[in-house]
Design a protein around this ligand. Structure first.
Ligand SMILES: Cc1cc2nc3c(=O)[nH]c(=O)nc-3n(C[C@H](O)[C@H](O)[C@H](O)COP(=O)(O)OP(=O)(O)OC[C@H]3O[C@@H](n4cnc5c(N)ncnc54)[C@H](O)[C@@H]3O)c2cc1C
Length: 391
């Protein structure tokens, strides 16, 4: 589906190196963090055990949303209104920053601003959606609550209510990540792959990343941007790994409205979808709480049939046959919020665990927060996402 990418220059690490920051992982999180730290004037070395953009990033359906998985009204009940509103607002700021920064760096990744239609489901019924719309308005978000008649007239969907939100972003995730990685390299970062970091040893004001082949990178700071693969020493409490399933239909520009909003259900299990520039519907869901790749892949055909059936029911005019189907894994947390910050008991080490359906929005948030923490300028929201937080 994605156009071919020019190769990103990289080579395995063959000798010891000293640097300011070592970033472990060359997915979209590592790319954004490396680019931001490079802009702040730091010397950066990136390492990936597979190669650039070979983790979860290319599997992403790339609905880049500020609306996080846990509704604001529900998050407020769980962690308090003030913190919930701050998290939602920061998510919006991060998404806006992502779009503005990609624009400034002239990254070409089919970026397109999209509305979001959040449909009534078994998680939030029409009354629940009304409360959620109020909570979002209170926090400053521009939303409308649509009645069933409005949902039917405007979008041809049969649901009793929906929240219409604005300002989200569709993207080609590989090209987006490649753009940030290239920008980081242009700022002087070096990318070594395939090179696996097998051990991390904090020292006096430095941290050493020991690689599988033997060479060592010594840095003042290390950032784990390893996606759902949790490195040894990073706290796992509250973290789990989820398997998820997706399909892309054939292109059908006539049947699919050009600026179709992202459609997303307030249900468990949920269905979500977007269109791409060729008129394909990219649709996913049916998450399972396990990580075993063989078991995950064995379920693909069955899960794709379930997704197709739900899509056909929601949008009967669409040809739902899957041109592509795939599955992947991502990290999840109880609240759908990420962990970003310094790793307790590993001096000089930071980690980005971007979570769930908003992983890429959280990658940008991580690049902002870690830039503040690593350069010593701080970040007013860092405590909301730290590994020591209470939720
Ligand atoms: C099917 C699917 C659909 C998704 N849909 C969306 C969506 O619509 N919107 C959204 O925002 N997010 C979505 N996500 C989540 C999003 O894709 C992820 O949050 C994001 O891609 C994670 O990027 P990352 O750079 O943190 O991790 P990855 O892309 O997984 O990169 C981590 C890298 O670290 C490397 N690594 C790991 N351990 C080591 C080591 N010891 N040494 C060296 N390298 C190492 C790996 O090789 C890998 O390349 C989806 C995910 C999946 C799987």
């Amino acid at each position: 589906m994605s156009r071919p990418l020019a190769a990103i220059p990289c080579a395995p690490l063959r000798r010891d190196v000293d640097t300011d920051v070592v970033v472990v992982g060359a997915g979209i999180s590592g790319a954004m963090v490396a680019e931001a730290l490079g802009e702040a004037g730091l010397k950066v070395v990136i390492m990936d055990r597979r190669g650039p953009l070979l983790g979860s990033t290319p599997a992403s359906t790339a609905l880049l949303q500020y609306e996080i998985d846990t509704p604001l009204s529900e998050l407020a009940e769980r962690i308090g209104l003030d913190r919930a509103e701050r998290i939602w607002r920061r998510s919006k700021l991060a998404l806006d920053a992502l779009r503005e920064r990609a624009d400034r760096l002239a990254i070409s990744a089919d970026l397109a601003i999209r509305d979001t239609l959040y449909l009534e489901g078994n998680g939030l019924d029409a009354d629940g959606l009304a409360r959620e719309a109020e909570a979002r308005r209170r926090a400053g978000f521009e939303v409308s609550l649509l009645t069933g008649a409005e949902v039917g007239e405007r979008y041809g969907l049969d649901r009793r209510a929906a929240i219409l939100g604005h300002g989200n972003l569709a993207a080609d995730p590989r090209r987006l990540a490649a753009g940030f990685l290239r920008a980081a390299l242009d700022r002087g970062a070096r990318l070594h792959a395939p090179t696996e970091v097998v051990k991390v040893e904090p020292g006096e004001g430095t941290v050493s990343a020991i690689t599988g082949e033997g060479p060592v990178v010594t840095a003042r700071t290390l950032v784990f941007a390893t996606g759902y693969e949790l490195p040894h020493g990073v706290p796992r409490k509250g973290h789990r790994i989820v398997s998820t399933y997706c399909l892309a239909t054939r292109p059908q520009l006539r049947a699919v409205p050009k600026a179709l909003p992202f459609i997303w259900e307030a249900s468990e299990p949920y269905l979500y979808l977007r269109s791409d520039p060729s008129g394909r519907i990219i649709c996913g869901g049916e998450d399972e709480d396990f990580v075993d790749e063989e078991r995950r892949d064995a379920l693909l055909a069955e899960k794709v049939e379930v997704i197709r059936a739900k899509l056909s029911k929601l949008m009967p005019a669409i040809d739902t046959e899957a041109d592509y189907a795939w599955c992947g894994s991502f990290g999840a947390s109880r609240t759908g919020t990420p962990s970003i910050g310094s790793v307790p008991n590993l001096a000089g080490c930071y980690a980005v665990l971007g979570y769930g359906g908003n992983g890429i929005t959280f990658s940008m948030m991580a690049s902002q927060i870690l830039r503040g923490l690593i350069t010593g300028r701080g970040d007013p929201d860092s405590a909301l996402f730290s590994f020591r937080r209470a939720f």
